[in-house]
Write a new protein. Structure first.
Length: 117
């Protein structure tokens, strides 16, 4: 699986994914910082990458229909400090082999995962 980590998340999220054997790159590594959401979404589609973000705009299935994307993971966490985000991501990685990401919207909360197709 290939991931793109949005600029609103710590770069360590990409490193965590890489350490788990996934292809992961950040928006900032591709000089896409500050670009509109629609541009980031288009790049993810072109590169066949799953977007990992805390930007709730990507949870709008009318604007970003899950069926049109390799996968969207939107994190809705009570805290967005680096330690908490990495802890939740570490737990999330263990779900990747049990649940389909492709063409799905994952809403990740502190202790709950909701999946929409």
């Amino acid at each position: 699986m290939k991931f793109k980590v949005d600029e609103n998340l710590p770069v360590e999220v990409a490193r965590l994914l890489q350490a788990s054997g996934f292809d992961a790159i950040t928006v900032l590594e591709q000089d896409l910082g500050g670009r509109p959401d629609s541009n980031i979404a288009q790049v993810c589609q072109q590169e066949n990458r799953i977007l990992v973000t805390i930007d709730l705009d990507f949870a709008d299935i009318r604007a970003y229909p899950p069926a049109e994307f390799p996968g969207l993971i939107v994190m809705r966490l009570s805290r967005q400090d680096k330690f908490h985000v990495l802890d939740v991501c570490q737990r999330l990685i263990h779900v990747f082999d049990r649940e389909q990401i492709e063409q799905r919207l994952w809403i990740v909360e502190d202790h709950r995962l909701r999946i929409r197709s």
